[in-house]
Design a protein around this ligand. Structure first.
Ligand code: FUB
Length: 330
């Protein structure tokens, strides 16, 4: 009798131990496999990732596309879209727009820089900066293409009327607030401006106004909201060892158009010179998207990356740990 109980107890203990061990192992592998290895797109060069969670429950990334061999950022001529439902497996939906399709665009093509895409009232609005003239940096416009689907069938619709505010003004970003009101932002060369959009998403509802309170703004505006606080992230003008080494900074506000309170740097230089990010919450986790040049070693052949983003209890953003960066520079 004693022997039987002891054997049974031993078997139960072994079973419990085995279960705990296998659960620990399972948890470890889930943790490990929560993100694809960075850079998470490796077959083409991509930069300037704008991440969006859309009604089908997938997370979509709208980057720009670096052309190999590069000539600065001049030859960037198309956009691809990528999506995931687990942050591990990414689907390339293919090309959605090419500079050759832009009737009002510069005749030489190229210069399809950092885009954004938002969903409103059953339509996907894709905003992209593109010059209308040969003198590209004086003729930037923000083109719009629309579709009923997030990753195909985009049709160019002309460009936003932004007055004469064309010089160096790039990197459009659109934020749709909880009440459905959309806001448009863009900027470059040290200036960031924003305004309400009309319900049609293709016209400004008011004049553009400067975003006050940002420190050392360069480009790459991105606005999001968390717990009632608006965050504006952007690339600065940082240089290291005599070279551009832009970092991602953030500022917060109680209003989508500021004034903003500077918060600090949340993502250090990545090696590529430029920096361009977006922030998204997906399935209960916040993520920081950005690009680096680890695949090419060339600042103009960039690759998009994603890492987890954490907030402190007071809403400030913790420094992102860049996985996959050779030097793991922070
Ligand atoms: O990719 C072209 C330009 O480089 C983007 O528009 C900027 O934000 C910088 O990343």
């Amino acid at each position: 009798m004693y022997k039987t109980i002891s054997l049974k107890k031993t078997a139960v203990l072994l079973f419990v131990a085995a279960t705990i061990f296998s659960e620990c192992k399972a948890q470890k592998s889930v943790t490990k496999s929560q993100l694809a290895e960075n850079p998470f797109i490796r077959d083409i060069y991509t930069a300037d990732p704008s991440a969006r969670v859309f009604p089908d429950g997938r997370l979509y990334v709208y980057p720009s596309h670096d052309v190999d061999p590069p000539r600065g950022c001049d030859l960037m001529d198309k956009y691809h879209v990528f999506s995931t439902d687990d942050m591990v497996h990414w689907k390339d939906h293919g090309e959605i727009l090419n500079s050759s399709q832009i009737s009002w665009g510069r005749k030489e093509g190229g210069f399809m820089w950092a885009p954004d895409c938002v969903y409103k009232n059953g339509t996907y609005y894709f905003y992209f900066p593109h010059p209308s003239g040969t003198d590209w940096n004086k003729t930037w416009q923000v083109g719009i293409a629309t579709s009923k689907k997030p990753a195909s069938d985009f049709v160019p619709q002309g460009y936003l009327d932004l007055g004469n505010d064309s010089f160096a003004m790039i990197d459009p970003n659109v934020f749709v607030d909880d009440d459905g009101q959309a806001y448009f932002y863009y900027g470059g060369g040290g200036r960031c401006v924003g305004a309400k959009l009309k319900d049609n998403m293709t016209e400004l509802a008011q004049p553009l106004a400067p975003m006050e309170g940002l420190k050392d703004f360069h480009e790459a505006t991105w606005v999001f909201k968390r717990k009632g606080v608006y965050y504006l992230t952007y690339a600065d003008n940082n240089r290291e060892d005599g070279k551009d080494a832009n970092r991602l900074n953030y500022a917060t506000s109680k209003s989508p158009l500021g004034p903003w309170t500077y918060g600090g740097v949340y993502l250090g230089s990545t090696g590529s010179g430029t920096n361009h990010g977006s922030v998204a919450e997906y399935k209960g986790q916040w993520y920081a998207f950005y690009h680096n040049d680890v695949l090419s070693g060339q600042g103009n052949l960039r690759s998009i990356c994603v890492d987890k983003l954490y907030f402190n209890a007071d809403g400030s953003i913790q420094m992102v740990v860049q996985t996959g960066l050779k030097s793991n520079k922070q």
